[in-house]
Write a protein of this length. Structure first.
Length: 217
């Protein structure tokens, strides 16, 4: 919710306010067809409510957009458990890849179902922790998972956009509607840190409380 109520300038649209709508506890995995977790239904209920309110405000149809943030909990949970420690690099990497692919495919279906465009936010790196802090080791490991997550998310979204663009050209569909985009700004959140296995941590100027980013990002 770091961007809640922030004023965002869009070159072709002017200024827009980022209105927060929470689906507390949503994991990327919860969006998949196989999931029956309540957060999935909460997400869809929220989208329906947003669209109902927008339809009352707008006299004619425009491309409606939501920013969706998920994945941080997926990267955080499970890391450090006994099964993953046996083969951290391979087993966990496979799980991240499977989750990202399922997540993007599921979000794509949501975008089509509700005729909206969805902008996916990357997972931000964890803030710096002193090595004496008990959470430092776990956070260092998670940064590697988050780096992999963002890289796979970037590539997966790029691949479906390439496919969709070919469909738009051949069928004349409205650009943006039913599409998923990746907001590729995560590298700008980094600050060099030699003690981190990724070589960076969250920029200290964006660190609100050692856990969350503040609205400056």
């Amino acid at each position: 919710i770091s961007i809640a109520w922030q004023l965002i300038h869009i070159a072709t649209r002017g200024y827009r306010i980022a209105t927060p709508v929470l689906a507390t506890g949503l994991k990327a995995w919860h969006t998949t067809d196989s999931s029956n977790f309540f957060t999935k239904y909460n997400l869809k209920t929220n989208i329906s409510r947003i669209l109902d309110e927008k339809n009352k405000e707008e006299k004619e149809h425009t491309t409606r957009t939501i920013l969706l943030s998920a994945g941080e909990i997926d990267c955080r949970e499970g890391i450090g458990r006994e099964k993953l420690q046996q083969d951290m690099n391979n087993l966990c990497a496979d799980q991240v890849e499977n989750t990202v692919h399922s997540y993007v495919d599921s979000v794509k279906q949501i975008a089509i179902e509700y005729q909206i465009q969805i902008l996916l936010l990357p997972v931000a790196p964890h803030a710096y922790r002193k090595e004496s802090n008990g959470k430092a080791l776990g956070r260092a490991t998670r940064r590697k998972r988050m780096e992999l997550w963002n890289d796979l998310l970037r590539r997966k979204v790029k691949s479906i956009l390439h496919r969709d663009n070919n469909i738009v050209k051949s069928e004349g569909n409205t650009y943006g509607v039913g599409k998923v985009f990746f907001l590729d700004y995560e590298e700008k959140l980094r600050e060099k840190c030699d003690s981190s296995p990724t070589g960076y941590v969250l920029n200290k100027h964006l660190d609100a409380d050692h856990t969350h980013m503040h609205s400056g990002f």
